[in-house]
Design a protein around this ligand. Sequence first.
Ligand SMILES: O=C(O)CCC(=O)C(=O)O
Length: 298
Amino acid sequence: MEHIPSTLSVAEIEIFADNLDPKRAAEIYREHGCLVIRGLMKPYIEAIGRDIEDAAKQSLALLPQAKQVPEGWVTPNGTLFLPAPANYDRDKQIMVLGIGYFTSAAFFHSAFDAALLDVVGAILGENIELFLNGQCLYKEPVGGHPKKLHQDSAYFEHKFEGPVGALNYVVETNLQNGALHVIPGSHRWGTLQHVDTFSHLGLDEAEWSWDRAVPICGDPGDTILFHVHTIHGSKENYSESPRPVFIHRYRRADDFVTISATTAANRAEAEKRADMVQKENQKGLMVRGYRPYVEEAR
Ligand SMILES: O=C(O)CCC(=O)C(=O)O
């Protein structure tokens, strides 16, 4: 394992939507476990941004009805809140916004973007399904939550290649408001031991400092693809405005979660049952290709 600060520059993992070669894109992704496509989601940003702000307003209005869960508090529209910093005018802050394919047509529509699917297809092959229903992480202004460095496989370990995450910036995103940081090459390290942190499962901060990771600053509509084992995270939003991102996840049509977890304790429990899990009812909507029927062992 390369326990040294990454010296890779963003230019080495970056391509542009108006000059997109899916084969070249897949090569960068395979080598580094991440890839930046500048401007890919630009056509969708205005509509998705509007829906995100509506969902955020509604979530705050619903906060008095929030129910406590192990991860924080959830409002009836599905928004997850975390404890807020001391300088907030309320005691809870938004973390995961209750918006996705079931609530925003613009969000769903963008998951079918042909150029994005060409790249995902060059990585995963011809039969691709959606994994989960779209996700929006929303950092409120003036201290909005960090997402500690982690691998998504800590939350959802897969049988095969696992999902390709496509995280998209909605606003200009920089070092002040919570740019995504990635550790290129970490997709080769398998799933590492995670611990419980303020932002749920994360790598031990004593061992995994932010200076090992490359920050990716970008504009609205920039997309960052990352492997399920690629270490990534983002710091607090210290700007005066919210910093949302929206995420699509794609996987091979035959892939499935073997371990699903949100804490170190429930992960340890789930690991014991991993070998028994089958594809069964874990089918996502197909975005490319075809899913033939496969009989499973009973
Ligand atoms: O909001 C962010 O920048 C972090 C997103 C992330 O780490 C994740 O979805 O796994």
